[in-house]
Design a binder for this molecule. Structure first.
Ligand SMILES: Cc1cc2nc3c(=O)[nH]c(=O)nc-3n(C[C@H](O)[C@H](O)[C@H](O)COP(=O)(O)OP(=O)(O)OC[C@H]3O[C@@H](n4cnc5c(N)ncnc54)[C@H](O)[C@@H]3O)c2cc1C
Length: 335
């Protein structure tokens, strides 16, 4: 294990927030995670790619950076492969690599920042596909007592941007590997969501491959979302709220053009639409702001502190609640 003292986390979180770790510890295998937990108990913070968190203070204690590499085909037949991935592998690199091997299943999840081991935490999703659609199992180490575990997809209790790792097991388990099932033939393509179909039409593709879908998704995402390497951000800052059918209906009476999606338990609203309609799109206060193209994304223009971004988020939440009586919640983990 590599241990660094009083280390800035600025380059290790995509918001580019300059907070320090008292100790930054790099774990490169399941055994190192087990060893760390048996001796020290829970670290102050578990860190993957740092693309779904807002650091609002220095971390007192240990930041355990999960840096476990490895990609391995552990089962294969004529139709599918089972791919076991180290938690520290970069998600998008694995998507591109799996496509280069001719495997389908990850294409709609192209260009999502972060690491493989964190993908189950919020059941990453985009363009009509969620991790749960391809996940077979999650391995890791549980705390108290420190022992290894393996969960199948059902055990992960996946929901919309949700899993057991955000609820019952929050702070109680560290993921070290995931296994996904990908197709070698008869790929199940999802083109019905977003602008994928029109991107494919524009490129005159009528029999798309998983790679074509990935290219379309990458193009759409690059045109809409800021690149964290250029402008600090954590993607969608807020979850899309789910409200009762009654609430959605009364909002639709006032705002006919408001997008709604029917989901289990009610109607999903587009948080970005509500924030934009409330007038926040492109708003900037100091170095914290709301992205000019996508109101769901809060950005750091350079030297914003975590508190600057958090204050802005709270102001947006209060304003949306006042105007629409809808309570927004952060999707990003507040540290
Ligand atoms: C530009 C941009 C676009 C994005 N688009 C999407 C999108 O389309 N869909 C989507 O779902 N998300 C999206 N995100 C959010 C983010 O990419 C995902 O949530 C990603 O899975 C986070 O991975 P990470 O490794 O960076 O997590 P981190 O930010 O490092 O960690 C997130 C949380 O998980 C915990 N954690 C980290 N590693 C582990 C581990 N090994 N075991 C247990 N807990 C752990 C952390 O303590 C923290 O609470 C986007 C982010 C950005 C910046």
């Amino acid at each position: 294990m590599i241990v660094q003292i009083n280390k800035s986390l600025k380059t290790l979180n995509t918001f580019g927030i300059d907070q320090q770790a008292e100790r930054l510890i790099w774990a490169q295998s399941k055994n190192e995670v087990l060893d760390y937990l048996s001796h020290h108990g829970a670290p102050a913070l578990v860190l993957g790619g740092g693309s779904n968190m807002l650091l609002t203070k220095d971390v007192q204690g240990d930041v355990l950076k999960i840096d476990i590499q490895g990609r391995e085909v552990i089962f294969e037949n004529d139709e599918v492969v089972h791919l076991r991935l180290g938690a520290g592998e970069n998600w998008h690199e694995i998507v591109l690599w799996s496509l280069s091997q001719g495997f389908g299943g990850m294409e709609n999840l192209s260009l999502i920042p972060g690491n493989c081991g964190t993908a189950p935490v919020q059941n990453i999703g985009a363009y009509g596909v969620e991790l749960k659609d391809i996940l077979l199992s999650v391995e890791g180490v549980q705390l108290e007592p420190a022992q290894t575990f393996e969960l199948d997809a059902e055990g992960c209790q996946f929901g919309y941007r949700d899993s057991i790792f955000k609820n019952l097991w929050k702070g109680k388990a560290i993921i070290t590997h995931i296994t996904v099932v990908l197709t070698k033939v008869n790929h199940k393509l999802h083109m019905e969501y977003g602008a994928i179909k029109s991107e494919l039409d524009a490129a005159n593709i009528d029999a798309p491959t998983p790679r074509d879908i990935s290219d379309a998704v990458i193009k759409i995402r690059q045109s809409k979302l800021p690149d964290p390497a250029i402008l600090g951000n954590s993607g969608s800052f807020f979850k899309n709220p789910i409200v009762s059918e009654e609430t959605a209906k009364s909002l639709l009476e006032k705002y006919e053009d408001m997008p709604t999606y029917s989901v289990k338990g009610g109607m999903k609203l587009a948080a970005g639409w509500l924030i934009e309609k409330a007038g926040w799109k492109g708003f900037r206060r100091g170095d914290a702001g709301v992205h000019e193209k996508q109101a769901l994304v809060l950005v750091n223009y350079g030297n914003a502190t975590g508190d600057d971004v958090l204050t802005l988020a709270k102001d947006i939440i209060a304003d949306v609640a006042k105007k629409y009586d809808v309570q927004l919640q952060a999707e990003v983990n507040l540290i």
